[in-house]
Design a binder for this molecule. Structure first.
Ligand code: GAR
Length: 187
């Protein structure tokens, strides 16, 4: 069984789709939800699905081993970031080489980096009068939203879009594609 750890700190809509995708999968399972916010919505989802969770602290994440030992002890094979906004420390990247992926709600390399998440991304896309936006799924390296791209999908940006209306279109792409891409990589 391939074991996935989903790192998420937000509402957890992507985590929910990923968990659903693998709930009855013969060889891939979401075995752990990792979160840095004790009140994050994703923890309610993990509890409802009977998936163990790990709440992590900043000090240990950056000054310790990035929880690599715990994740290796749990025999985690792959780390999937789904709305996890802390930069991944190099200790953890070295412990899981080529096994950590992220999703970003824009077409990287544009509109990525520290502080570029959620509505900030969509507002910047609209302010720059982009005609299209979309999603990027990429490997994680030591820089925010930077590693090698695995997959992109696009959607139109309309003249009357608000960050909220564009977010809905982008989120549909995330929910449609992220579980499938994970399945291909983990399978
Ligand atoms: C997603 O839109 C994801 O692309 C974004 O956080 C959201 C989490 O939503 N990630 C980033 O912006 C990373 N830079 P969710 O909690 O509903 O899955």
């Amino acid at each position: 069984m391939k074991k996935i750890a989903v790192f998420a700190s937000g509402a957890g809509t992507n985590a929910a789709k990923i968990i659903e995708q693998f709930r009855h999968h013969p060889s891939i399972r979401v075995s752990l939800v990792v979160c840095n916010k004790p009140d994050a919505g994703v923890l309610t989802i993990a509890a409802a699905e009977h998936i163990p969770h790990l709440i992590i602290g900043k000090e240990k994440f950056y000054k310790g081993n990035g929880y690599a030992d715990e994740l290796l002890d749990m025999k985690i094979d792959m780390i999937v970031l789904a709305g996890f906004l802390w930069k991944i420390p190099s200790m953890l990247i070295k412990a899981f080489p080529g096994k950590i992926i992220n999703i970003h709600p824009a077409l990287l390399p544009k509109y990525g980096g520290k502080g570029m998440y959620g509505q900030y991304v969509h507002q910047a896309v609209i302010d720059n009068k982009e005609k299209q936006s979309g999603i990027t799924i990429h490997y994680v390296d030591e820089q925010y939203d930077h590693g090698q791209t695995i997959f992109q999908a696009t959607c139109p940006v309309f003249e009357n879009d608000t960050p909220g209306s564009l977010a809905i279109r982008v989120q549909q792409l995330e929910h449609e594609h992220y579980p499938k891409v994970i399945s291909e990589l983990a399978g």
